[in-house]
Ligand binder design. Sequence first.
Ligand code: SAM
Length: 291
Amino acid sequence: MVGNMNTLKPNWFSETCDMWPGATFSFEVKELLHEEKSPYQQIHVFDTTHLGKVLVLDGIIQCTQKDEFSYQEMISFLPLCCHKNPEKVLIVGGGDGGVAREVAKHPKVKEIVQVEIDAKVIEVSKKYLPFMAVGFESEKLTLHVGDGFEFLKNHTAEFDVIITDSSDPIGPAVHLFEENYFTLMKKALKPGGIVCSQAGTVWNDLDLVTSTLRYCKNQFAVAAYAYASVPTYPSGQIGFVVGSLDKDAKLDTPLLVFSREDEKAMNLRYYNSEVHKAAFTLPTFVKYQLA
Ligand code: SAM
């Protein structure tokens, strides 16, 4: 069928947001599995014809069963694989459990601490999104419910890696994109520590990417933006700001390289060491904007 104006059918969900006005991503819904207003945000879980189960917070797609592995693997293994010994990892956000699932796979990780602000997201994910919430079953994990920004104020020189799997800078996540947050993360890291934060897409949020990277560069010896293809995020792309306290760190060069056997055993479907290197290679309009 040729595209037409105003043809969206009943039972299609459209993601609209002031952050990307004038364009939308839509999917066909088989069933609305859950709808609730938590103290922090509106939560929806859909079963869909094309994307499997989908988690939506405040109208914005957080993850879909079809492509969540791309985001979760990249935000986890980019920092973990360029740290010499990532024994203790903090995850901020990540209420669906997908990042905990990935971090727990890394052979050098001994201890994971996670702080998610919204207990309802955890509860709903455990019920409807077990393929991600399986991460909460890891024996390495200690899970706290609270604000990641406040949590960091009470932690000093404790973590090797901090991964911020945040929703977009709306509502409870606003502070996780500010320079103070990078200052707090720096304080909470051990020497040589690495951070990796969800940092938006270059097509819709280049100003956000630019400011987030600048805050990271201001606080860390080395910092860069890397990205992954995730078809169900706005414009199909999302990126991460990665920063290291080690001035000699080469963020685009993994220190730990997984063999094909490792990749299969760890069920890695997106991340490999070539993708790691390539993720830091930026198109011209981004490269010079972020320089
Ligand atoms: N992959 C997703 C994306 O980029 O859209 C993010 C998924 S994860 C569900 C995001 C989580 O961050 C949400 O569960 C939200 O409750 C949590 N969050 C937002 N602000 C937070 C804060 N200040 N402290 C801890 N968790 C926070």
